[in-house]
Design a protein around this ligand. Structure first.
Ligand SMILES: Nc1nc2c(c(=O)[nH]1)N[C@H]1C(S)=C(S)[C@@H](COP(=O)(O)OP(=O)(O)OC[C@H]3O[C@@H](n4cnc5c(=O)[nH]c(N)nc54)[C@H](O)[C@@H]3O)O[C@H]1N2
Ligand SMILES: Nc1nc2c(c(=O)[nH]1)N[C@H]1C(S)=C(S)[C@@H](COP(=O)(O)OP(=O)(O)OC[C@H]3O[C@@H](n4cnc5c(=O)[nH]c(N)nc54)[C@H](O)[C@@H]3O)O[C@H]1N2
Ligand code: SF4
Ligand SMILES: [Mo]
Length: 902
């Protein structure tokens, strides 16, 4: 009998409910949970493909010491011993934990408790430092607490939604769809996007502001002055609930529209249009994300945004408020348990003696960390200097995701003892571990996560624990017990931990702290199992918030209960010196971070299959770079080699490169090799969105594309990008984009690739090739046991063959010479037109099919859905369908190439 489990998606901070069904044959299918209040049944492309990522191939299934399998006892003993020794010899601050917003709340709570309460150091920080730290700092400056005032419904109820540095369509797709649906029902609603790039999100916008990097503070300071001038300040609200208006205005008044325009690179007309729209629309929500947080002035940006909401009293009311959307599934949960180096559990402050007493007493902790610990970037700096003697990395891949990533790798190499808990055996980080601890993955573990709107949902297991894996909370507790803290870590289930966490949130609270879920203090297993998604606060007395929102009537968590407007001084905006460009980095629709999970689902690599750099046509022309050329992006720290996408969707002087490609998926595309360690002074968050780089064309002698029934052991090319052709676990077929810089013959190149893979089968492979030297074209097909086992396409210019068609080749039966010659000719059969780059991953619908349908009269996204299916399942591709319909400008063919590498 098929069994269905209600759980939550492990990707983004929207926190969608998922129904996972395990069928009799062991297979799993997923769909959106129609009853979950965050997604009401919807899932995006990544969520829909979750079942494709569950195969055990590549998983870390047993503990390892020094690269060899070890027993749990040996591994745990060693971790406990080495940590204890370092603490004894060098003090508690010589050890550290580097965690993740992808840990569940229970895992996170246990790690934080061990470090802050029992090791007695606050050297626990997480990848949230790269993600949400500036929002946390900004919230705390303004509200006295890290509080998100409103929820998702506010986006639907607003008359104006401003998206600042947020590519919601790709990064929070289901929330974007809720917004899209609300706008469709109420077309008077306005959407403004503020981003240096035009993104899929700007397809929905009535106004898009291509702002100069870091122009946000100037823009919002100018807006504050404009609101004041127009008499839009809510004097009554400010008088009762807000401090600091005059100080903030004193600076803001230096930013008239003309000054804002000069600093931001926007025209005075568009700046004025935005200000006026904001001024006359009371119901406005300002959503912001990494374009705000990941900046050396990120905290000021947050406060510049919060200031305009405080000054107009547009906060905590239906359809109004600043809204920081969280990235990871449990970024919020991590903040709740105090998982950052400068926080304490349950939203208490590390530097507040009363709070310290509460936590120490509650934990019965021998020594509570006395001062804030090292923040992520500082932590790896300290490691580089030899000050960290033992580190434990959990659920994050810092060798790819921290700035100055090669230095991070060096730091790990210098650290005497590195422990990594992960679900995969081979990542760029696991290879530096002395001890590898196999963690349970999504679907195997139980716990809770909190999404962007403060909603706590259960993740539930529906799969058995494979091999010897253990959930993170159990691993952490086992080490803590071996370090002598048995009494405090005697947990037998995540429910035990959640019950304790909930109880702590209520201790001496009485409404003095925002985070209170003490209604669940001491929760037992059955109730925990049945726990429905709920919003916090949920105090024991049942008196939570009336409508789920904070601050409509003030009640800030400051000594005088008033919010604080911060007098922010706009920082210099981005424009690099001669010859340098600004490197901007971020995400694409179908990949998740370092691709450890989404890189296993073939269909998620049909939309974009290669690392790329978006550059403006003028910058491309200046460097002689053509669409789909290879491009080197470099600075003093290093370089990457990626495909050029020439498009005016980026500003002149800027380059956008995705953060996703790692050493596992490409030759040289780890973009954090180029990002610097400079960071925001308040939050310690690094400026990952703005780094100076150079670009230069790289002359490839041959461009290549290959499909192979087995992955080669090693790729002998200067440039390559690897993607699975079928989901990992079902077969090992791969597709490879590559290029060579040496002038080998095409025969040699093909041979060097084919030599490195065992294509399976028993018979002797039979090779057929075709070389048109004068046209610079070469093709070769390998047949084995009557089926096609590999195909290699080489050309002097970027290979033009249809990727969707070529990807379908492996396994094609050899029906005789006609088939063989047709395939070698490199084109689909006459009756199968090329579908072009895949746009809709769910139905694998290509751009050409959409264009054709449009030409035949399907002129709307809905009509395309009705006729092709495209966009009608997860909906993540709808903004791109809209763009295709609106028109495909000729110079955007390059985008097609990067996508066509699909
Ligand atoms: N598909 C997908 N979704 C994800 C993730 C993923 O890996 N893949 N990761 C999740 C996580 S952890 C996070 S944190 C979120 C991130 O979600 P987002 O913040 O929406 O995503 P990013 O692409 O990092 O950056 C957003 C935008 O900021 C813009 N930007 C850069 N500099 C500036 C600036 O100075 N000002 C302004 N206004 N904008 C600027 C960039 O051009 C980019 O379009 O996504 C989550 N969702
Ligand atoms: N240049 C640039 N760099 C960036 C960003 C950017 O926009 N630009 N964004 C930053 C942001 S916002 C973020 S959030 C980070 C994300 O960066 P990372 O945190 O490094 O990214 P992930 O690839 O999600 O790494 C998660 C790791 O945990 C493992 N894992 C998965 N589930 C579990 C589990 O249950 N337990 C354990 N123990 N391990 C598990 C996965 O296999 C993987 O190795 O990147 C940051 N880096
Ligand atoms: S929007 Fe997509 S990635 Fe985010 S939680 Fe929902 S299904 Fe998962
Ligand atoms: Mo993030």
């Amino acid at each position: 009998m098929a069994e269905t489990t209600r759980t939550a998606c492990p990707y983004c901070g929207v926190g969608c409910g998922v129904l996972a069904t395990r069928h009799d044959d062991g297979s799993v299918t997923v769909k959106g949970d129609p009853e979950h209040p965050s997604n009401f049944g919807r899932l995006c492309s990544k969520g829909s493909a979750l079942a494709d990522t569950l195969a055990l191939e590549g998983r870390l299934l047993h503990p390892e010491i020094g690269g060899r399998r070890a027993s749990w006892d040996m591994a745990l003993d060693l971790v406990a011993r080495r940590f204890s020794e370092a603490i004894r010899e060098h003090g508690p601050d010589s050890v550290a934990i580097y965690g993740s917003g992808q840990l569940l709340t229970e895992d996170y709570y246990a790690a934080n408790k061990l470090m802050k309460g029992f090791i007695g150091s606050a050297n626990i920080d997480t990848n949230s430092r790269l993600c949400m730290a500036s929002s946390v700092a900004g919230h705390r400056r303004a509200f006295g607490s890290d509080t998100v005032p409103g929820g998702y419904e506010d986006l639907e109820e607003a008359d104006l939604v401003v998206l600042v540095g947020s590519n919601l369509a790709w990064c929070h797709p289901v929330l974007f769809q809720r917004l899209e649906a609300a706008k469709a029902v109420r077309p008077s609603m306005r959407v403004v996007t503020i981003d240096p790039r035009r993104t899929a999100t700007s397809e929905l916008a009535d106004l898009h502001l291509s702002i100069r990097p870091d122009g946000d503070t100037a823009l919002f300071a100018g807006l504050l002055a404009y609101l004041d001038e127009g008499g839009r300040i809510d004097r009554a609200y400010v008088r009762q609930h807000v401090n600091g208006l005059d100080e903030a205005l004193a600076i803001a008044r230096q930013w008239p529209v003309s000054a804002v325009a000069a600093a931001t690179g926007l025209s005075p007309a568009e700046t004025g249009a935005f200000f006026e729209l904001f001024a006359r629309t009371p119901k406005v929500v300002t959503v912001y994300s990494q374009g705000v947080n990941q900046s050396v002035s990120g905290t000021d940006k947050v406060n510049a945004i919060v200031n305009v909401h405080l000054a107009t009293g547009r906060i905590g009311k239906p359809g109004m408020g600043p809204f920081s959307v969280t990235g990871q599934p449990n970024a919020m949960g991590g903040r709740e348990v105090g998982g950052l180096a400068n926080m304490l559990a349950a939203h208490m402050d590390l530097d507040n003696p009363a709070h310290r007493d509460i936590v120490q007493g509650f934990w019965n902790a021998p020594k509570l960390a006395a001062k804030p610990g090292l923040k992520a970037v500082e932590l790896f700096d300290a490691m580089h200097e030899g000050r960290i003697k033992a580190v434990w990395i959990m659920a994050t891949n810092p060798v790819d995701s921290l700035p100055d990533a090669d230095r991070v790798r060096e730091a790990l190499g210098r650290c005497p003892f590195v422990v990594v808990s992960d679900v995969l055996r081979d990542t760029d980080t696991t290879r530096h571990a002395h001890v590898l601890l196999p963690a349970a993955a999504w679907g195997e573990k139980d716990g809770t996560v909190t999404n962007s709107e403060r909603r706590i949902s259960r993740q539930r297991a529906f799969l058995p624990l494979p091999g010897e894996v253990l959930p993170d909370w159990a691993i952490i507790s086992a080490v803590a017990r071996r370090m002598g803290h048995g009494q405090a870590f005697g947990y037998t289930s995540p429910a035990d931990i959640f019950a304790e966490h909930a109880a702590l949130s209520g201790v001496a609270n009485n409404g003095s702290r925002d985070f209170d879920i003490s209604v669940h203090a001491g929760i037992g297993q059955p109730d925990y199992d049945a726990l429905e998604p709920f919003l916090w606060p949920a105090p024991a007395d049942g008196k939570g918030l009336e409508d789920g929102r904070f601050f409509a009537q003030g009640g800030y968590f400051t000594p005088d209960s008033k919010a604080r407007m911060v007098p922010v001084v706009p920082a210099a905006t981005g424009s690099e010196e001669d010859g340098l460009l600004t490197l901007n980095t971020g995400r694409i629709r179908d990949q998740w971070h370092t691709m450890t999970r989404t890189g296993r689902a073939a269909r998620l690599l049909t939309h974009i299959a290669e690392p790329f750099a978006e550059i403006h046509p003028d910058d491309a022309a200046a460097q002689g770079i053509a669409a789909a050329d290879l491009l080197e992006v470099s600075n003093v720290r290093g370089s990457v080699l990626v495909r050029a996408v020439v498009t005016d969707r980026v500003r002149r002087g800027e380059v956008f490169v995705p953060m996703h490609w790692t050493g596992q998926f490409s030759a040289r595309a780890r973009i954090d090799v180029l990002t610097g360690r400079q960071r925001d002074p308040f939050s310690g968050q690094p400026g990952l969105k703005r780094n100076a780089v150079r670009i230069s064309p790289v002359a490839a002698r041959w461009h290549g594309f290959a499909v192979l029934s087995r992955a080669p052991e090693h790729l002998p090319f200067a440039y390559w990008a690897l993607a699975p052709l079928t989901d990992v676990g079902t077969s090992e077929a791969v597709k490879i984009e590559f290029a060579t810089l040496e002038d080998d013959t095409p025969e040699e190149i093909a041979a060097s690739l084919l030599r490195r893979c065992t294509l399976g089968g028993t018979g002797k492979p039979e090779q057929m090739s075709f070389h048109a030297a004068s046209d610079g074209l070469y093709r070769c097909m390998v047949w084995q046991d009557g089926v096609l086992a590999g195909a290699v396409f080489l050309a002097r210019t970027p290979v033009a063959v249809s990727r969707s068609w070529a990807s379908s080749l492996p396994g094609t039966r050899d029906d005789g010479p006609a088939t063989r010659w047709r395939l070698l000719a490199g084109r689909p059969a006459a009756d199968v037109p090329d579908k072009g780059p895949v746009v809709c991953t769910c139905f694998q619908i290509g751009a050409n099919e959409i264009r054709r349908a449009a030409a035949e009269g399907s002129g709307t996204v809905a009509a395309i859905g009705a006729c092709l299916g495209a966009g009608s399942n997860c909906g993540s591709c709808r903004p791109e369908i809209a763009r295709l319909l609106a028109e495909c400008k000729p110079h955007e063919e390059a985008h097609d190439h990067a996508a066509r590498s699909a």
